[in-house]
Design a protein around this ligand. Structure first.
Ligand code: FES
Length: 111
């Protein structure tokens, strides 16, 4: 079973008119396509995942765990997500989060 990245671009995440950082959905989709990351990592740009106050939110689902990331508010955060997907695609498994993303891990209170 592959790893899945659910990158939220819903009612809050990515909404620049609400003062939030843009979610580079098209960039992510083109990188996934060009690097054939979908072999091991499925990318889904989603509507609201629930914890809007943590925008921008990404949920990573591995075969045995769910990892919530919030406050992905710089281009570097999304570059780190791409690097993580490349690592998983090469090794075939999720090992660890990049250091830049570790402080962004959270547990949603309402889910
Ligand atoms: S819009 Fe992203 S969690 Fe609600």
């Amino acid at each position: 079973m592959s790893t899945k990245f659910y990158v939220c671009s819903g009612c809050c995440c990515g909404r620049t008119e609400k003062g939030n950082y843009e979610v580079p959905a098209e960039l992510l989709q083109s990188v996934w396509h060009e690097a054939e990351l979908h072999n091991q990592v499925e990318l889904k740009i989603t509507s609201c995942l629930g914890p809007c106050s943590m925008n921008n939110v990404t949920l990573i689902k591995t075969p045995d765990k769910s990892i919530w990331l919030g406050k992905l508010n710089t281009a570097e955060h999304f570059t780190a997500l791409i690097s993580l997907a490349e690592d998983i695609n090469q090794s075939g498994e999720f090992k660890d989060l990049p250091d830049l993303l570790k402080p962004h891990k959270f547990i949603p209170s309402s889910l």
